[in-house]
Design a protein around this ligand. Structure first.
Ligand code: NAD
Length: 478
């Protein structure tokens, strides 16, 4: 399926998708979206106010009883149709993502195709999940009604579709508010959703004010938010004030702990892949490495060598493994952390300077010796910067990895069985040791500390999270 123009020379004029139709209301004007690789304009979008949000939520509330009454089989059939339509549009959506936030097109396409499978899994899981219900007494479930789905810009389409499928399969209707930094590909999903009854999904384009209006809307019964800790706190407070369930997927400062007995080339490859994919703009990026002093020199020289060969450039160039940062603000934020660490005595082994324009490129960077309390070691960087700290022992590495505000994921490399057990004590939502293996199926993921709130699940687990259980108990006679 071909979408509206995605070629480089065509500007994309996005629209909201409200109650089953495109809607160009722009009470707060129209805002441009800049291609971060070239600095040129990719397109624009209308900025919603609380009135547009209200229309979308009311449409979702009106559609909710009918969507639930359709039953899981019909909902699953429609969702599988939606999944097919998104899969057919994946290439166009990927080009658009690249043009609005910079990532390599092939990577964007792979992400979107993977997320289509999440939608299909959610649709298929509904059968076994709802099969446990029968007439009469016992455990029943009902959806929360209208779900608010608020998303960031780093995986524009996937952050929507991963959760949209699960929320819909569970019987909720959804109002989506994508990031104002990359709303175009998400807006392009609107027409692909037209097989759903009107109002079941609306997409409202806008900034934080539109997001806040959505969370505060009295007809919203569940909030799912992915974004920064600072915004997550506001969203959580607002949902808490209304006593509606709220899932928060927030930032990370993920650590990799490297023991003295590992293959340093493989360890450096793992750090590079973890630190530079998507230009480090991943919540689970490797931002800190704690490396044992015995292998520190070898590890650092291999990581620096890999940085020198890491191809980066415009996302439409198939040779690019990494694109630019999303915008000038993000580049300034990354460079501020690097500069402060350098002033405090850290050594930049490679990278560490923004590249001249056009675009907002920052090279793969390796920096060693930043103080433990520097912003580079304690705050989320969200850029292609790997900060290495040399430690005297593996235990020290694990101890330091467990410090700080974030606990999204953590990883360790060791061949010492005793240290494997120490690594299992890393305090994060998911711990990967030696590259990981088969974990429990459908395992819940609950971020530690400030990295989030609530359990992230897909498939049947998500249906459990996104429906409210209640018990019907029936006596003999009345
Ligand atoms: P952000 O918090 O700035 O914005 C996220 C979304 O919230 C946007 O749609 C924004 O418009 C909206 N928003 C802003 N203010 C709001 C308010 N007061 N009420 C409601 N909505 C509001 O985050 P970002 O810069 O778009 O994304 C980057 C962040 O997302 C990073 O911290 C990253 O780690 C995190 N992230 C986390 C995960 C995860 O699964 N844990 C995944 C991807 C990204």
């Amino acid at each position: 399926m071909a979408l509206a123009p995605t070629q480089e020379d065509h500007p994309v004029h996005a629209q909201h998708w409200v109650n089953g139709s495109a809607d160009s209301s722009a009470p707060h004007g129209v805002r441009p979206v800049i291609d971060p690789a070239t600095g040129t304009t990719t397109g624009d979008f209308p900025v919603a106010d609380s009135g547009v949000v209200d229309r979308a939520v009311r449409a979702a509330a009106a559609a909710a009883p009918g969507w639930w009454a359709l039953g899981w089989e019909e909902r699953a059939r429609l969702l599988l149709e939606v999944a097919d339509r998104i899969a057919a549009a994946a290439s166009d959506l990927a080009v658009l993502e690249s043009r609005e936030m910079g990532k390599p097109v092939a990577m964007a396409r792979e992400d979107i195709e993977g997320s289509v499978e999440v939608v299909r899994d959610a649709a298929r899981a509904a059968g076994s999940f709802f099969a446990t219900e029968s007439a009469g007494g016992g455990l029943r479930r009902r959806p929360y009604g209208v779900a608010a789905l608020i998303t960031p810009w780093n995986y524009p389409v996937c952050q929507v579709t991963d959760f949209l499928g699960c929320l819909l399969a569970a019987g909720n209707t959804v109002v989506v508010k994508p990031s104002e930094k990359a709303p175009l590909a998400v807006a392009a999903l609107g027409p692909l959703l037209e097989v759903l009854p009107p109002g079941v999904v609306s997409i409202v384009l806008g900034d934080g004010a539109a997001g806040a209006a959505l969370v505060e809307h009295p007809l919203v019964g569940l909030v799912h938010f992915t974004g920064s800790v600072a915004t997550g706190r506001k969203v959580g407070a607002s949902a808490g004030a209304r006593l509606v369930p709220c899932f928060l997927e927030l930032g990370g400062k993920d650590a990799l702990v490297v023991d003295r007995d590992v293959d340093v080339t493989a360890a450096a490859e793992m750090a590079a892949e973890g630190g530079w994919v998507n230009t480090g703009q991943v919540c689970t990026s490797v931002e800190r490495v704690y490396v044992h002093t015995d292998v520190a020199d070898a590890f650092l020289s291999e990581l620096t060598r890999q940085a020198a060969h890491w191809r980066f450039g415009v996302g439409r160039d198939p040779e690019s493994r990494m694109g630019p940062l999303v915008d000038a603000d993000q580049r300034d934020h990354v460079h501020r952390q690097v500069s402060e660490a350098r002033l405090a005595g850290a050594e930049v082994l490679i990278g560490g300077e923004p590249l001249p324009g056009p675009g907002f490129f920052y090279p793969p960077t390796v920096i060693v010796g930043a103080p433990d309390d520097s912003s580079l070691m304690t705050e989320e960087t969200f850029g292609p910067v790997i900060a290495v700290r040399v430690v005297e022992s593996f235990e020290d590495g694990v101890r330091l990895a467990n410090t700080g505000a974030y606990g999204l994921t953590a990883a360790a490399l060791t061949n010492d069985p005793g240290n494997v057990e120490i690594a299992a004590g890393l305090d994060a939502g998911a711990v990967t040791i030696n590259g990981g293996g088969d974990g429990p199926e459908d395992a819940p993921f609950e971020p530690a500390r400030d990295s989030g709130l609530g359990r992230v699940r897909f498939g049947p687990g998500a249906l459990d999270s996104f429906t409210r259980p209640y018990v019907v108990s029936i006596g003999g006679s009345a």
